[in-house]
Design a protein around this ligand. Structure first.
Ligand code: MN
Length: 483
């Protein structure tokens, strides 16, 4: 085994986490992993040494341009060998124009006060400035008793009436949640400004229209609709021109659900939502008291973006603001092209744990799932599950904005969702990046609903005190005595 703890910049915790994963494995890598830079130099250019003949040709440059070349900043725009080649061969006037062009890019790429907008202005003269998120007071409606309202018209079957998440009754206010002693409030958040190929705006609508979320789970023979008080809490208002404005209101609504003691399940919408969701859970349960298990093909730790929150940066935002201790953050299913070596380094140095599809390829899903479940259980705090459906293979989830081949199967995703929900004190869940109309079939919505059902069943199993990994004895062969 490679002794990774000797590498500069890697913490002992990260090394121990890797060592525990690799325990029992006899594979010895011929090469140690490349060293990872310390955080304070991450993303910064490395100073460039100019060869003597190149330095001589550039000696006549203005001092700020020479300093720029030596700083290594030019490396963002031009390869150093190409730069040296031009310096050696171009006539002096062409060389000067070449350097000027690179320098001009550098000057224009960064923010400059006075030239660039520091803030995105809103029209404060609008009489509707806050109307999009203003709630209708109950006094405008006919008087009713607080509590969940059943929208099904019939007693049997699927109820008729109106489509709701998991066929559940609806609730509109926190008072409804309290009066109904609601266990789980499923709420839609149709926000999709950061979702690659868009359409996550229709995620909540599609999950309501498609079956699979409610009813009996054969694995546990538990019907969460019968065991838990579940409601559809409607959709959260979104300003469809601003993720930044929308996330504050999402945080308010998720917080109001969690405050009643109900578990919020947020149906997105894009993954920007993880930030207000987890922040809201931290508002209620305490900063640093929430662990996260994050399913995704992408790492979502975007650190140097221009926008304050996008679907590529919720993890960074959550950790940077201290809502979650990075050591309580567990990722499963990563396989997209990012992160680069520096970002992997940043994640490891913070103590984050991740289980890539590379790990699944090397050790098999059962072993990786067991490791992730163990890590989640060891975390004694409450758990948020953030489930980006693109963690699944596009064969199962074609309707998502940024699909990546080589992902989980439903047979892999369902048991880990059921078990996570059964084995942990769930603070909340989000299921995000469902973009149903990018899918020519209905399987993206169907599969998402079955994952929601696995979770609801898991929450019900925990309430009933069933053991981790429990399967109903009536659903397996050995219970019939003929195994
Ligand atoms: Mn994501």
């Amino acid at each position: 085994m490679v002794s990774i703890n000797t590498l500069a910049g890697w913490t002992m915790a990260a090394a121990a986490a890797t060592a525990s994963m690799m325990a029992g494995d006899s594979y010895v890598s011929p090469n140690p992993p490349p060293p990872i830079p310390a955080e304070d130099i991450m993303g910064k250019p490395k100073p460039l040494d100019l060869p003597a003949d190149v330095a001589e040709r550039l000696a006549g440059l203005a001092p700020e341009k020479l300093a720029f070349l030596k700083s290594g900043e030019a490396g963002r725009y031009v390869d150093k060998d190409a730069l040296f080649e031009r310096a050696r061969t171009l006539p002096a006037n062409e060389l000067a124009a070449y350097i000027d062009a690179i320098y001009a890019l550098y000057e224009q790429a960064e923010y400059k006060a006075g030239r660039d907008k520091l803030t995105i202005p809103l029209d404060t003269s609008s009489p509707w400035f806050n109307a999009w998120k203003l709630r209708r007071p109950g006094s405008l409606d006919p008087k009713r008793e607080a509590g969940p309202m059943q929208l099904g018209r019939y007693i049997g079957g699927y109820g008729g009436g109106f489509s709701t998440f998991a066929g559940a009754p609806v609730a509109l206010t926190p008072e409804d949640l309290v009066a109904g002693k609601v266990d789980v409030a499923i709420v839609g958040a149709p926000l999709d400004m950061g979702s690659g190929w868009r359409n996550a705006i229709d995620g909540p609508r599609a999950l309501r229209m498609t079956g699979g979320a409610g009813g009996n789970d054969m694995y546990s023979m538990i019907n969460p609709n019968a065991e838990l008080k579940i409601v559809d809490y409607g959709d959260i208002a979104i300003d469809q021109n601003s993720t930044e404005r929308s996330v504050d209101h999402v945080r308010e609504v998720v917080r109001e659900i969690a405050k009643t003691g109900a578990i919020p399940i947020v149906i997105g919408g894009d993954h920007s939502l993880e930030y207000p969701n987890v922040a809201a859970a931290a508002d209620v349960h305490g900063k640093g008291k929430i662990g996260v298990v994050h399913f995704d093909s992408h790492y979502d730790v975007g650190r140097n973006g221009v926008h304050w929150i996008t679907h590529g940066s919720p993890v960074y935002r959550v950790l940077h603001e201290g809502h979650v201790d990075p050591r309580d953050y567990i990722q499963v299913g990563l396989r997209a092209r990012g992160p680069d070596l520096e970002t992997f380094g940043w994640m490891r140095n913070k103590g984050m744990r991740y289980h890539t599809m590379v790990e699944v390829e090397k050790y098999g899903w059962d072993k990786v799932m067991a490791e992730a479940l163990k890590e989640a259980r060891q975390n004694t705090r409450k758990l948020w599950i953030s489930f980006d459906v693109d963690v699944l293979d596009p064969a199962f989830m074609p309707g998502t904005g940024t699909p990546v081949p080589g992902g989980l199967t439903m047979r892999e995703a369902q048991p880990i969702m059921r078990r996570l929900c059964a084995e942990n004190d769930i603070a909340g869940i989000d299921i995000v990046e469902v973009a149903p109309y990018l899918d020519t079939s209905y399987k993206t919505a169907l599969n998402s609903n079955y994952l929601l059902n696995a979770c609801l069943s898991g929450i019900a199993m925990r309430r009933k005190g069933l053991a981790p990994g429990y399967f109903s004895p009536v659903s397996v062969k050995d219970a019939r005595g003929n195994s």
